[in-house]
Design a protein around this ligand. Structure first.
Ligand code: ZN
Length: 338
């Protein structure tokens, strides 16, 4: 399939929030800063004459920017893109952690509701030179999610047809579901889809049983499997994070001395996975490997103050692990944005 060559449109417009109440001013200013970075991100690619970017934005444009969080990784520009939220009852039948009472205690101690497991879903967009890279694709509306990815992508000023590379952490529906739209066509028709070789085998073997045969057929011509540890794009290297699925993969984004680790589903909860990495996660195909991966990641992350991007932690999922008492806690870079 030929790559799209159409110039992207500038779709983010902002204005000074002069009439906003004081209590909302800080949020609005933060959003303006993020939107400004987004315009920097994609503004250079805007077609000449797209002067509408300078026009005042409606309040709805500001509201829309709640679904994107722009930040930098060294010289690279990146955007967290909200897709939705998976909410599960904290019951034995639904939770991946069997000790639901202990999970309730942990969640409530962190100020969260104890009766629900709430997992945000946020793919990551990275501008890597002339490549527009999307890491994971959200759920495409599966698992009760809101299917917001394409809307968020457009709010970030990027057109889905301009995405050149899609990097997949693993083949579960909340990560590959957004590869196709409701009509079954490719959401990112110009993108090469990168996935680790063992994960690709796992996806092919399980797609029919998961009811995803059509998705598999649509995406197969675009897939380029890679070996664990491969450099996937100039600034992004794959990292095997064993345990969750047979070829589960993280991605390390490096620019100069700055780096960020996209951890996929090595961890799901910013509370339970971080504070109790030794708990068996029922969603892991190899529980022991999953535990070892979480423990190693926490040790390395805390000792190196490694910047982490966790696609299921509270939006935007950006922060660091910190050693506390006998264990670890998650320290978000920005306040969680509900
Ligand atoms: Zn997931």
């Amino acid at each position: 399939m030929a790559r799209a060559t159409r110039a992207p449109k500038c779709s983010v417009t902002v204005r000074a929030p002069a009439r906003l109440p004081e209590s909302r001013l800080m949020n609005a200013q933060a959003r303006l800063a993020a939107a400004s970075l987004v315009l920097t991100l994609f503004g250079a690619a805007c077609s000449p004459g797209a002067d509408k970017a300078a026009e005042p934005a409606s309040a709805s444009a500001l509201a829309a920017s709640r679904d994107v969080h722009a930040f930098r990784i060294g010289a690279l520009e990146a955007v967290a893109l909200r897709d939705g939220v998976i909410s599960l009852p904290n019951t034995e039948a639904d939770s991946p952690w069997s000790d639901t009472a202990a999970a309730t205690t942990l969640l409530t101690a962190s100020g969260l509701p104890g009766d629900v497991i709430s997992l945000s879903v946020q793919p990551l967009l990275v501008r890597d030179g002339d490549r527009l890279v999307l890491i994971d694709t959200g759920a495409g509306g599966r698992m009760g999610t809101q299917n917001q990815l394409v809307t968020s992508l457009r709010a970030a000023g990027a057109d889905p047809t301009r995405v050149t590379d899609v990097l997949i952490s693993h083949a579960h529906g909340d990560h590959v579901g957004g590869l196709v739209g409701a009509d079954g066509s490719l959401t990112f028709p110009g993108a090469v889809v990168h996935i680790s070789a063992p994960e690709w085998d796992y996806m092919k073997a399980g797609a029919a049983q998961a009811g995803e045969a059509a998705l598999l057929a649509a995406v197969t011509p675009r897939v380029r499997p890679f070996a664990a540890g491969a450099q996937v794009t100039p600034s992004i290297k794959s990292v095997a994070l064993d345990g969750h699925t047979p070829g589960h993969t993280g991605y390390e984004v490096v620019s100069g001395t700055d780096r960020l680790l996209y951890i996929g589903d090595a961890m799901h909860s910013s509370v339970i996975s971080v504070q109790r990495p030794e708990w068996v996660n029922g969603w892991d195909t190899d529980s022991a490997a999953g535990i070892a991966t979480r423990q190693g990641m926490l040790e390395r992350g805390a000792s190196q103050s490694l910047r982490i991007y966790a696609p299921h932690f509270p939006f935007p999922g950006l922060g660091r692990f910190q050693r506390r008492d006998d264990g670890f806690v998650w320290v978000p870079e920005t306040a969680a944005q509900p």
